[in-house]
Design a protein around this ligand. Structure first.
Ligand code: FES
Length: 153
């Protein structure tokens, strides 16, 4: 999805209130707010605001995962042996096995149910298996982990 420019010019709402409304419109926007009060002029990206702090890398043992719940969706956040972080829906594309309980090796996780190997980066089944689980954007800022609660493309 291409980024869209959204400009709001002093409509009387406080910026925080405007952003609450904008959060409901999911998408990749650049938002610029020109308010009547000069000190509250801001330029920001909704995509940037969508990152949620979920804990630190030290909360997840190497080659393991911890889960984050978002409404009906359980998201497994994995830490590899070399301290990379990935996030997948905790549902194997084969028969919904709990990937968070699988074995992490390299950039993949092996499902504990029937040993399908799933790419941590894309959620795609490897080898002859076919299927894909949702992958979520996740990033490290120092040791802090930030997650987006909407799957990536
Ligand atoms: S449920 Fe994961 S391999 Fe079957």
């Amino acid at each position: 999805m291409s980024r869209q420019q959204l400009v709001i010019i002093g409509n009387g709402m406080a910026p925080g209130r405007m952003l609450e409304h904008l959060f409901e419109a999911q998408g990749d926007f650049d938002v610029t707010i020109f308010n009547a009060e000069p000190r509250v002029n801001v330029s920001l990206s909704l995509t940037e605001l969508d990152w949620r702090f979920i804990g630190t890398i030290d909360d997840i043992p190497r080659q393991a995962a911890r889960c984050v719940e978002n409404d009906e969706t359980k998201i497994a956040v994995f830490r590899t042996a070399d301290d990379r972080i990935f996030a997948l829906e905790d549902k194997c594309p084969h028969k919904n096995g709990p990937l968070s309980q699988g074995i992490v090796h390299g950039g993949c996780v092996t499902c504990p149910r029937h040993n399908w190997v799933i790419s941590l980066e894309t959620g795609t089944a490897q080898g002859a298996a076919e299927g894909r689980t949702a992958a979520f954007p996740v990033r490290l800022d120092g040791r802090d982990i930030y997650l987006q609660l909407h799957p990536g493309a």
